[in-house]
Write a protein that binds this ligand. Structure first.
Ligand code: HEM
Ligand SMILES: [Ca+2]
Length: 647
């Protein structure tokens, strides 16, 4: 069913909502969408006052002094981030909130602030946005904040100059590290674009020369397409010289003066990618006896997200709790593996407790699966991403004491979704290894064929082939051929990411370094050998887009990302832990008994994978690391598992 005709996804956004949202969610989205349209795409800041006169070209004011930078990322933990402003919904809503199970949409996790981290909550701002107020609208950031005149460099030009093709296989991590990142990402964040009434943004034959911006940019409309220069080495033959881009939906949170983009998902790491983010969605995925519905045996059920392309006669499009399981086979594979984990646990619990009804079996299982995703994320994934120092600084290591703090708002930060957690796009390899063959990634986007027909081949490839290093180099599969369906019909993930940052008004790289108490980059040479390529596109270091600048930093010790992303990711994962009333290590009634927690901690991603394939794998114990040295592959018999008799 279409969402009351109000939200229609166009082009390439993976967060398809057609046919997905009903009831309250649809109504809220419709309201936000209608408001953006009514206001010509944006609402003035500061309670409807006209924005302050433009210091140069209508630019948003610099960070307000009341937003102090946190302490340095690796020396002292910044204070927990608490959301300003009033409580958005009456706490009485939470009168019946469970202290055993999470709600479907994440509401009432925080009993004082029920909307924190819930589906459809606006993202949080760690720094004020830098919109460009074109005609009073929250226009995207177009010009430097520090200089008058010149526009920011075209994002495709930044992509083609800075994020050139490169093949730098990682020496520590298999593709699984990338795949876990995307799976986790789809548990915590998805934005939605503004409706465009079905008209493609690139239909007006735009070129980069002259006053080249789509007319929506000054009128505050949804289109903000990416223009392609004549000298582009790949897309220069396109008629319209333009890549589709629709701005994200914005809403004005109660009591605030700046519009924010909206997160469709529950911020909490709660398995919403398996279970959906509303009761309706969850019910749609459920079967009898606490089970999740399967399509073919042991496979995800069928559902059309509107983007999937079928290549096999008996194939069907996959459905999961998040709308994007078809995007990449490795992702569909992890969704399937966790579907199997759910059903395996549910069957075991039902066998042990024949008196439990469907609801109890389902919720107990969901609770365990959410805990497994948290456990794998914090013990196996994050240390390899943010490094040992940030793990300690932000309190991300396993805890024996209670870390829950009702003052901590787990709602995702805008900068996390629109830039920082997109670092993973750099680790995507040029091809997916399946049964020894290398399949170019552009051949498998949006096609569930491999998931449905060779799940084990996909998983073995994720475990064995190296990921790419997180750095400024990209595979052309992502920068020229993303979602390609015919010659030169694809798009560029880097251009999308940088343009998205500007769409959301994210401040430039140096402001975020400041925020993280890191030195500003005053001179391109401070960026080491990479400084040259940045200098070719940016006139000053203060203009550098966060996405690009932070990606090219040297990785922190033991991690994959540089110091700026280690700070921004560390802070978010701290809040996702300390602000989650259902954090799996809690000793209160929201958590598990000591015996149950001991069992959960015996599990690992390799354990979940072994379960999914009836122990028919040769697998390294640490599935997110390559099988080298003390992590050599073993039979599943040697991989520890939990014992559900503790329930
Ligand atoms: C083959 C793998 C992947 C593909 C094809 C893919 C594709 C995309 C696309 C097309 C977008 C939307 C861009 C936009 O219009 O703003 C996106 C967003 C995003 N991606 Fe990926 N991605 C992949 C893997 C990853 C990985 C490994 C991570 C993290 C480790 C990641 C994190 C994100 C995040 C955080 C967003 C923003 C989500 C939102 O809030 O809407 N992605 N991705
Ligand atoms: Ca979630």
């Amino acid at each position: 069913m279409l969402v009351a005709g109000a939200l229609k996804l166009t082009s390439l956004c993976p967060a398809k909502v057609n046919g997905r949202f009903t009831g309250q969610i649809a109504a809220k989205l419709e309201e936000a969408n209608a408001r953006v349209k009514r206001q010509g795409g944006g609402r003035r800041p500061h309670g409807g006052q006209k924005p302050p006169p433009p210091p140069n070209n209508n630019i948003a004011p610099p960070p307000a002094p009341e937003n102090p930078a946190p302490a340095p990322p690796v020396t002292a933990a910044p204070a927990p981030t608490t959301a300003p402003g009033p409580v958005t919904e009456a706490p009485s809503e939470c009168a019946t909130a469970s202290n055993v199970y999470r709600s479907a949409d994440g509401s009432c996790n925080n009993l004082d602030n029920p909307a924190w981290g819930a589906s459809l909550a606006p993202f949080r701002r760690l720094l004020p946005p830098a919109y460009q107020y074109v005609n009073g609208n929250n226009g995207p950031l177009l010009a430097p904040l520090t200089l008058s005149g010149a526009a920011l460099p075209n994002v495709r030009q930044v992509s083609a100059t800075v994020h050139t093709p490169g093949n730098r296989p990682d020496r520590s991590f298999p593709v699984m590290v990338m795949q876990w990142g995307q799976f986790l990402d789809h548990d915590v964040t998805a934005r939605t674009p503004v409706e465009t009434s079905g008209t493609a943004c690139c239909s007006t034959n735009l070129t980069e020369s002259g006053a080249a911006q789509h007319s929506d940019v000054s009128s505050g409309g949804p289109c903000f397409p990416i223009l392609i220069g004549d000298n582009d080495r790949f897309f220069n033959t396109l008629d319209s010289r333009c890549l589709e881009f629709v701005r994200s939906l914005r809403t004005l949170p109660d009591g605030e003066t700046e519009e924010q983009q909206v997160n469709l998902l529950t911020a909490y790491i709660d398995g919403s990618n398996e279970y959906g983010t509303s009761v309706e969605e969850t019910n749609d995925l459920r079967g009898d006896d606490g089970l999740l519905l399967e399509g073919n045996e042991g496979q995800l059920p069928a559902g059309d997200d509107g983007t999937c392309n079928l290549s096999g006669d008996n194939d069907y499009c996959l459905k999961a709790g998040d709308s994007r399981p078809n995007v990449f086979p490795g992702l569909g594979a992890l969704h399937t593996v966790f579907l199997r984990q759910h059903n395996k646990i549910a069957r075991a619990l039902k066998a042990n407790h024949t008196d439990w009804n469907n609801e109890t079996v389902f919720q107990e299982t969901r609770k365990i699966v959410g805990a497994l995703i948290q456990h794998i994320t914090y013990t196996e994934y994050l240390p390899n991403i943010v490094g040992t120092a940030a793990m300690a600084t932000y309190g991300l290591n396993s805890d024996s004491s209670e870390s829950y703090d009702t003052e901590v708002d787990a709602t995702l930060a805008n900068v996390f979704s629109a830039a920082a957690f997109r670092f993973g796009h750099s680790s995507i390899p040029a091809s997916l290894q399946v049964d020894g063959a290398n399949v170019p990634i552009q051949n498998v986007f949006n096609d569930p064929n491999l998931v449905l027909n060779n799940l084990m081949g996909v998983v073995n490839g994720l475990l064995r082939a190296p990921a790419q290093e997180v750095d400024r180099w990209y595979t052309v599969g992502m920068t020229n051929h993303l979602f390609e369906n015919g010659s030169r019909t694809g798009t560029d993930i880097v251009s999308l990411n940088i343009q998205r940052g500007r769409d959301h008004g994210l401040r430039p790289y140096n402001d975020w370094r400041d925020f993280c108490s890191l030195d500003r980059i005053e001179d391109f040479h401070q960026m080491g050998p990479d400084g040259n390529v940045f200098q070719r596109v940016y006139s000053t270091t203060n203009d550098i887009d966060l996405y690009s600048g932070a990606l090219s930093e040297r990785p922190v010790a033991g991690g994959s990302v540089g110091e700026t992303y280690a700070c921004l990711l560390g802070m978010q994962f701290r809040d996702l832990k300390n602000g989650d009333r259902f954090w799996y290590e809690r000793t209160s009634s929201e958590g598990f008994t000591a015996a149950q927690l001991t069992e959960i901690k015996k599990m690992s991603l390799s354990g979940v994978l072994c379960d999914a394939f009836d122990d028919q794998l040769q697998i390294q114990p640490k599935a997110i690391n390559l099988a080298v040295d003390d992590n050599a592959r073993v039979g599943c018999g040697l991989i520890s598992r939990m014992n559900l008799d503790a329930w």
